[in-house]
Design a protein around this ligand. Structure first.
Ligand SMILES: Cc1ncc(COP(=O)(O)O)c(C=O)c1O
Length: 434
């Protein structure tokens, strides 16, 4: 019996059966180094999904390993009841790279936790209860995370938290209003006001959205969208929460945070994933004034939030980004990737849309460019071909038909060329089989 099979047998016996595993024959990862991972059978893969956009500076990056090892030997756990050097230093670093007045941080352990913290803060600060989120969005696996999420498949057990409403998604490729940009005048943004007026009490605590929807399939709103929406949200008493769990830390190129592309300064930003290269860490940032909103409202604590080892890993991760994977580098390599994907679009009709920014690029697959029928069988075929050729990619979208390409930010143009070569072969086989 293969090593993988032995592990799978154990997984089947002891882990809940609802774990999602990629590939018809799931793979068991054994080790990683930079852009590559190896499975337990010794097969090597170029990782262009980066552990769901998390290994932001590559697998087992030596500086991150060393920082975590050093901190582990010194003090693994402190809790936030005591002041900790890494805690204050990382908060200071985030204040340096975050836009404008977003200067204060609360650390947690995941994206779900960061989003929950943001919603609690918005309610505490505004005194209002209702939240607007976007259809197709994804906010995590807790009761509130699932309720904020705008996809039925990710909402086990129904909508748990009331008072959350979902506005139309700025999904230009499949416009919910059947209009075309720019003639549409970004009419979808106005829907936020309609939703507030018709489905809430008229005063909201917050609007929460991802600048580019991750799980939603890298859906990228038009340039005017967030400016219009933020004005509406503020008018009705709410705060704008930008969920940067996938778009943060230079992922979108040029800027440290995704929302900066829309020239909007959010009231709150949440982050996780790429913040610490795989160590569990979440962060919620806001302005000093809004942070005061938590004071005198009750007690809160996160036992593992602000864990010194995760924080040390994060400081080292951001150090590597500043040195060799800063937003300018991501923009350059991302443009190279995008140009290659556009060439694939010209060659393969199964590609309906290419979208995203920086090193966050999506390929929506369709059986027919006219009808835009989601090509679900074809994306599964593509996955298997890429795996066999040694490339890991991700999947997303409400219809499960969008390829998510998001390598570590340390990727070079050579890495991108290798991935494009594999994608070219894989798409040609998929197209031929259709
Ligand atoms: C945009 C966004 N927000 C929140 C989350 C939840 O993060 P976590 O899985 O770390 O709880 C995710 C996870 O994919 C995400 O993509």
């Amino acid at each position: 019996m293969s090593k993988t099979q032995a592990l799978l047998d154990k997984q089947k016996r002891y882990l809940w059966p609802n774990h999602i595993l990629y590939y018809t024959e799931p793979m068991a990862l054994d080790r990683g180094d930079g852009m590559y991972v190896w499975d337990v059978e010794g097969n090597k893969y170029l990782d262009f999904f980066g552990g769901i956009l998390t290994t932001s500076v590559g697998h087992n990056r030596p500086e991150v390993v060393e920082a975590a090892q050093k901190q582990t030997a010194k003090l693994i756990h402190s809790s936030t009841l005591y002041v900790n050097e890494n805690h204050v230093n990382l908060a200071e670093k985030l204040a340096e790279i975050a836009p404008g007045d977003l200067q204060m941080t609360y650390f947690t352990t995941s994206g779900t936790d960061a989003d929950e913290t943001a919603v609690v803060l918005a309610k505490a600060y505004t005194g209002y209860q209702e939240i607007i989120a976007l259809r197709h969005g994804y906010s995590g696996r807790s009761a509130m995370g699932m309720s904020l999420t705008g996809q039925a498949a990710w909402r086990i057990g129904g909508t748990h938290i009331i008072g959350i409403k979902h506005a139309l998604n700025p999904y230009c490729y499949r416009c919910p209003l059947k209009m075309t940009y720019p003639q549409c005048g970004v009419a979808c943004a106005e829907d936020v006001e309609e939703v507030i007026k018709t489905t809430t009490s008229g005063r909201i605590a917050a609007f929460l959205a991802e600048p580019i929807q991750g799980v939603g399939g890298f859906i990228t709103p038009p340039p005017e969208y967030f400016k219009i929406v933020q004005e509406i949200v503020h008018h009705y008493g709410g705060l704008f929460i930008s969920d940067e769990v996938q778009t943060g830390f230079g992922r979108t190129g040029d800027k440290w945070f995704g929302i900066e592309h829309w020239e909007v300064e959010p009231d709150i930003m949440t982050m996780a994933k790429g913040i610490a290269n795989g160590f569990p860490l979440g962060a919620t940032m806001t302005t000093p004034e809004i942070a005061q909103g938590m004071v005198g409202k009750g007690l809160t604590i996160s036992t593992f939030g602000g864990n010194p080892v995760a924080l040390a890993a994060s400081l080292a991760t951001i150090g590597v980004m500043e040195k060799e994977a800063n937003p300018a580098h991501v923009a350059e390599v991302g443009a190279h990737l995008r140009a290659g994907l556009e060439r694939l679009y010209e060659k393969y009709p199964v590609i309906g849309d290419v979208r995203g920014k920086g090193l966050m690029q999506g390929i929506e697959m369709v059986t027919d460019r006219e009808t835009k029928e989601p090509a679900t069988a074809a994306i599964n075929h593509l996955f298997e071909e890429c795996r066999n050729l040694g490339l890991l990619i991700g999947k997303g979208g409400l219809y499960g038909n969008t390829v998510r390409i998001a390598p570590p930010l340390t990727a070079t143009k050579d890495d991108v060329d290798r991935a494009l070569e594999i994608l070219d072969v894989a798409f040609s086989r998929v197209q031929e089989a259709m």
